[in-house]
Design a protein around this ligand. Structure first.
Ligand code: DGL
Length: 256
């Protein structure tokens, strides 16, 4: 049986989920957290769905063994590949996923043009197709698979000329002057939000699913009677399958 003082597990293929953990800490500061980044196996977004499903199941199992009361899959790619199956195989566990913030981005203005940046896997999975069907409304949605971008961010490249060159290539062919909103559909991308925004005008809004996921986590824990009643700030423990240097990079990003 889970206790309300048990930690919330936050899982990503690497350092991306730190952008979600930040929102969780703002919204639910009294909770304890274990963050697990699977950088040894990153990037997930260019693997097969089956591989990502297996990796996600293995990591989530480890987190439950560590005594987590709930699991936040802070990775769009792992959510599309494995969240539904995980919920089916762990019906008594609170499992929260993340998805590209298409709904608010499409609703930001009538006839919006929405650019969705995500991993190739997120964009080709059924989950994204359904999301598009449900929320695009009258918006023009442009899918932009970002090959190699999460990998670059995993190497700690979150600004500077290499990133700018990459984005220049990536956005070639995108009608930037028409884009009303950009969806950062991979949790690694908020780490480069400033540089992405610099390619668009001041009226272009940037969205990511981190805050919505944190809110959903609060709701689900409340429903399950699992919100931590402690008054003080919670603890954060960061583990990374690639070793302590990557865990240190995560602590650094969390502090920024
Ligand atoms: N951070 C992950 C996501 O939100 C994917 C990065 C990767 O390809 O490993 O989709």
């Amino acid at each position: 049986m889970s206790k309300s003082t048990d930690p919330i597990a936050v899982f990503d293929s690497g350092i991306g989920g730190i952008s979600v953990l930040r929102h969780l800490l703002t919204l639910l500061p009294h909770e304890n957290y274990i963050y697990l980044g699977d950088s040894a196996n990153a990037p997930y977004g260019e693997k097969s769905t089956r591989q990502v499903r297996e990796l996600t199941f293995a990591r989530v199992e480890e987190l439950l063994q560590m005594g987590a009361k709930a699991v936040v899959i802070a990775c769009n790619t792992a959510t599309s590949a494995a969240a539904a199956d995980l919920r089916a195989s762990h019906p008594d566990t609170v499992i929260i996923g993340i998805e590209p913030a298409l709904k608010p981005a499409a609703a930001c203005r009538p006839g919006a043009t929405v650019l969705v940046m995500a991993t190739p896997m997120t964009l080709r999975e059924e989950k994204f197709r359904l999301l598009r069907e449900k929320w695009s409304g009258g918006a023009d949605i442009i899918d932009l698979p970002c090959y190699g971008l999460a990998e670059m961010i995993e190497q700690g490249i979150t600004e500077g000329p290499q990133l700018i060159n990459y984005l220049e290539d990536l956005f070639r062919g995108v009608p930037r002057e028409r884009v009303s909103s950009v969806v950062l559909g991979c949790t690694h991308y908020p780490h480069i939000q400033k540089t992405v925004a610099s390619f668009f005008g001041p009226d272009t809004q940037i969205f990511d699913g981190g805050e919505g996921t944190a809110r959903e986590t609060g709701r689900r824990l409340q429903e399950a009677g699992l919100l931590n009643p402690d008054a003080g700030p919670g603890r954060v423990e960061i583990i990374n399958t690639a070793g302590p240097d990557m865990a240190d990079l995560c602590y650094k990003l969390l502090g920024e």
